[in-house]
Design a protein around this ligand. Sequence first.
Ligand SMILES: *[C@@H]1O[C@H](CO)[C@@H](O)[C@H](O)[C@H]1NC(C)=O
Ligand SMILES: *[C@@H]1O[C@H](CO)[C@@H](O)[C@H](O)[C@H]1NC(C)=O
Ligand SMILES: *[C@@H]1O[C@H](CO)[C@@H](O)[C@H](O)[C@H]1NC(C)=O
Length: 280
Amino acid sequence: MIRNTPQAPAALGPGSDFPSLWPAFLPSICGGAILCCFPLCAAVWTIQSQRLENWVWAEDTSYVPTAVPWSPEHQMQRLQVTRKLLETEEQAAFPLGGTPPRYVYLASNHSNKWGHPRGYRIQMLSFAGEPLPQNSSMERAFSWGRYQLAVTQRKEEEPSSTSIYNLNDPWTPTVDFTDFINNETIAGQDLVAWVTAGFLHIPHAEDIPNTVTVGNGVGFFLRPYNFFDQDPSFDSPDSVYFRGDQDAGACEVNPMACLPQAAACAPDLPAFSHGGFSHS
Ligand SMILES: *[C@@H]1O[C@H](CO)[C@@H](O)[C@H](O)[C@H]1NC(C)=O
Ligand SMILES: *[C@@H]1O[C@H](CO)[C@@H](O)[C@H](O)[C@H]1NC(C)=O
Ligand SMILES: *[C@@H]1O[C@H](CO)[C@@H](O)[C@H](O)[C@H]1NC(C)=O
């Protein structure tokens, strides 16, 4: 299950104040979408995996000084893959601004054909800025913003990282996300991954009359990691394979070439031309 909770902003541009109304009206303006037109908007996504027992793995690389086999008096730095099982909620809480392992994935203890645990990797893409300073008296209401990723045990009484009441009284928040991270084991548990993604949009002249959104994406990919035995797109029924010496426009070679004839829903466009483009 994937669920998102739009959240309040954590920072503003130079010289801007943090208007007191902000936390109250921002979620309604965001309307559940991760992208919005305010200077910074972040969203926390939770992912609950299907199996109830999962483990969190971290993979990265490290340099290992090794004697050069053909010249033992010299050393080289050999790159090795490191793999670590994360055992507690603390170990799987990655602060914003830190460097999390480059691969983090949640896996069951079932293996694929190659003997690797079947899992899903969380690949994050975020340009979130500094979170609220932790010595601020309202920070606990937005403490989800401290983490780019945190994995916790799933609990009925921890359904979301914040509460709408946090906005009304951020000084004594109803939900403080950091309470969820309390040294519990995450090995072989029903888990929730909390992902925070955000970006900054400072309104500028080129936003008039419309804001270009290309390149503004944030979020994360939830991608199979040893979940399958091979690239699952091989089983996609509409894949097309043809060789260089075949006619890609022939229906028997490329069924997609006949789509307009075969598909009842394909639009029947009359021939037209416009500005040098012609369709016949
Ligand atoms: C997976 O873990 C569960 C609970 O720890 C255990 O009962 C089960 O035997 C394990 N399965 C495999 C394939 O290791
Ligand atoms: C919070 O910490 C920052 C940096 O450590 C400091 O400059 C600031 O004065 C502190 N604010 C409060 C309210 O203690
Ligand atoms: C976390 O739990 C482990 C084992 O369950 C214990 O050894 C450790 O002291 C605990 N740490 C904290 C900060 O409570």
